[in-house]
Design a protein around this ligand. Structure first.
Ligand code: C2E
Ligand code: MG
Ligand code: MG
Length: 402
């Protein structure tokens, strides 16, 4: 494997050398400088990792970050600083927002083993693939997929955290491309939104999900159905009526349907969406604010829409045990939601320890790979019986421990 290139930039020469020594000890091909202008001159696009001090005279770390973004750098970053930890986290967030990879942050002084631990998490990027699998889907392919009904829904269970009962499922769209394999919704929903195809997709999702819910209900399986809605669909003023009519046809109560809207989408124009969201609520639908914590909504905005549910973004849940700030945000979100009369769903629970912590924090419901991955409708029955076995066993253990 080729040697990985690492560059250290810190205005303190002693610290620069310390980092360089540690990295050399790990067999990185190291360059370093204490002069930001020298860094800018020597920068090349094949650098794999940049260890960057934030506070420097001449050019600070954020200006260097801007330089890297402007040069479409694919390097992974480690930020260092001797000052306030909050600034380190802001720098990290800023880098993420701009599409940069960040290995982590280090507050000075730090020990060699802390730096080694971060450097050892570096995964070299795979060489760019020339095969068609690496190519993003095209608009024509998406049109074809809609016409050929190559899109389908997967359902991910949502579990009550106090008694482990299954309360509902979230419908998540899937596209299986004959050559490109599975294409994630994050790759084709934006394409559909940009090119006027989202209403076709949305109509398919809404109808397929509610029809499925009706079929389950007829079999005696009562599951609440959560449906993701693109903000563009909230421009269709007849949407509440159409959806309520369809639910009635399928024998489903609107109070068993949750409409999820992402916080980011909503905050772009909350007044505009309030009309339709309020009318959805008046028809009995539940309203969920999805990916909460990523959209910078203000309290005032939040209380204006009659949300019934708040979903904490998986980015916070996944770092719940390792990052105190994520834990604080989760705690505050739960308390805020409860005070505003909403229930809280945590998404992205991948391990039992996270489940246990969320339960202690008072979270109402959870969703995540630890309990169940999104699955096709025909697998739900098998999953339900295996989950009820697992949760029965867990409850027996809990009771005997008490
Ligand atoms: P979302 O609504 O926040 O959905 C949760 C995402 O987290 C899903 O990704 C789900 O598969 C994933 N997830 C659930 N549990 C775990 C876990 O334990 N670990 C990890 N790493 N991931 C987990 P997915 O299916 O790729 O969907 C991504 C996003 O695409 C959704 O985020 C939603 O915003 C959007 N989307 C999905 N289906 C639809 C749809 O029918 N319509 C619209 N407009 N958007 C959709
Ligand atoms: Mg969702
Ligand atoms: Mg989400």
């Amino acid at each position: 494997m080729a040697t990985q290139k690492l560059f250290v930039l810190d205005d303190e020469p002693d610290f620069t050398e310390f980092v360089a020594d540690v990295a050399e000890g790990m067999a990185f091909d190291v360059s370093f400088t204490s002069n930001p202008l020298d860094f800018a001159r020597r920068y090349s696009s094949d650098i794999d990792i940049i260890v960057l001090d934030l506070f420097m005279p001449i050019l600070d770390g954020i200006e260097i970050l801007r330089f890297l973004v402007d040069n479409s750098s694919s390097a992974s970053l480690i930020f260092m600083s001797g000052k306030d930890k909050g600034v380190l986290h802001s720098a990290q967030e800023l880098a993420f927002e701009q599409g940069m990879a960040v290995l982590g942050v280090l507050q000075k002084p730090f020990r060699a083993n802390e730096l080694e631990a971060l450097l050892s998490t570096f995964v070299p990027k795979a060489p760019a693939q020339s095969s068609q699998y690496a190519e993003p889907p095209t608009l024509d392919e998406l049109r074809e997929a809609i016409d050929n009904e190559d899109l389908f829904l997967a359902y991910q269970p949502q579990i009550n955290m106090s008694d482990r009962s299954v309360v509902g499922v979230e419908a998540l769209i899937r596209w299986h491309h004959p050559c490109k394999g599975n294409i994630a919704p994050n790759h084709f929903i934006p394409l559909a939104e940009k090119n006027g195809l989202i209403s076709d997709i949305s109509q398919y999702v809404n109808q397929a999900a509610i029809r499925q819910q009706g079929e389950w209900k007829a079999q005696g399986i009562d599951l609440r159905m959560s449906i993701n809605v693109s903000p563009q669909i909230l421009n269709d003023l007849d949407m509440p009526e159409k959806l309520a009519r369809y639910a009635k046809e399928m024998g489903v109560d609107t109070s068993d349907i949750v409409i999820e809207v992402t916080e980011t989408a909503l905050m772009s124009d909350i007044v505009h969406y309030m009309d339709i969201l309020t009318r959805l609520r008046m028809k009995g639908f539940n309203l969920s604010i999805d990916d909460f914590g990523t959209g910078y909504s203000s309290l005032q905005q939040l209380v204006r829409v009659p949300f019934t549910e708040l979903k904490i973004d998986l980015a916070f849940i996944q770092k719940l045990l390792t990052d105190q700030e994520c834990k604080t945000i989760t705690e505050i979100s739960i308390s805020l939601a409860h005070k505003l009369g909403m229930h809280v769903v945590a998404e992205g629970i991948e391990e039992e320890a996270i489940w246990d912590t969320l339960r202690e924090l008072g979270c109402d419901e959870g969703q995540g790979y630890w309990m169940g991955e999104p699955m096709p409708a025909e697998k739900i029955n098998t999953w339900l019986s295996s989950w009820s076995g697992k949760s029965f066993a867990a409850q027996k253990i809990n009771t005997s421990v008490k």
